[in-house]
Write a protein that binds this ligand. Sequence first.
Ligand code: HMG
Ligand code: MG
Length: 298
Amino acid sequence: SLPASVKIIEVGPRDGLQNEQQTISAGVKIELVNRLSQAGFVNIEAASFVSPKWVPQMATSSEVMAGITRRPGTLYSALVPNMKGFDAALAAGVDEVVIFAAASEAFSQKNINCSIAESVERFRDVARAAKENNVRLRGALSCAFGCPYQGEVSADSVASVVQQLRDLGCDEIDIADTIGVATPRHVQTVMQRAAQEFPIAGLSGHFHDTYGQALANIYASLEVGITIYHASVAGLGGCPYAKGATGNVATEDVLYMMRGLGIVTGIDFDAVVDTGQFISAQLGRKAVSRAGNAMAAK
Ligand code: HMG
Ligand code: MG
């Protein structure tokens, strides 16, 4: 049987916007986060404290965190690659920091300019600081189903990095399909392997929709007991270091499916549809969400 309820983490303000070429003002980002807060998400990935030379769009992260209206019951998360990022995130008052590793060596080098082992060493200080400051710690694992540089990635390499993130004290671990290449049976194999190393209640599915498989992969993950999913309003996004990767699965599409399955999310679907139309208008294009556009056209 499928889970009765799931947690949806909205990652549009971070994973979505980080890949935008046009500069988006802090004001628009703040309004986006506020609308998402009002829609009832319990966790929003709102910022990323990475090098502005690597990802210029995220350079306004402190301003965004300072400008948002915090909804009690919502955790605001941010990516943090090193102690410099952690210090900035702490000063900005983030509730949860996300350290991000890869299951593929080649992607680790391209994305964070170091090997997997070096990244884990670097994250050790971040993890310790997070615990000392009572900041929740999440670990993201990129390229868990395939790598744009290296190709295939084995379930064993996923399991190995899951172990290392677990040993750093992560409260939650994201199994990410960075380039959207996974298909349902593969997803089940990898999720079940990861669940041998980390409590399944703390594993999440982070699916990009490049090959149109994301909803099917979420359904496959539900079947094996995964209860946390990442999604991006209007299907925003991509990864600047994964050429050709498109956005995350659209939040509207995930909510439509969950509603049809009778799975509780606690999120106001109509408010998310409106938010998807809002941010798409700001970006000057149509939302990449089938359910969102269908609902908006009604
Ligand atoms: P580096 O060049 O090796 O690092 O980059 P460095 O320590 O030599 O620093 C270079 C410069 O950046 C220095 O400035 C530092 O001060 C500055 P300079 O002295 O030249 O003026 N710097 C920073 N500035 C602000 N905040 C910081 C920071 N750190 C250094 N935290 C580094 C290494 C990790 C910093 C770099 O590679 C980086 O920032 N990478 C981030 C790439 C990124 O954000 N990728 C997208 C997010 S991951 C993703 O989207 C995948 C995910 O969605 C899951 C999935 O789908 O797979 C999570
Ligand atoms: Mg991503």
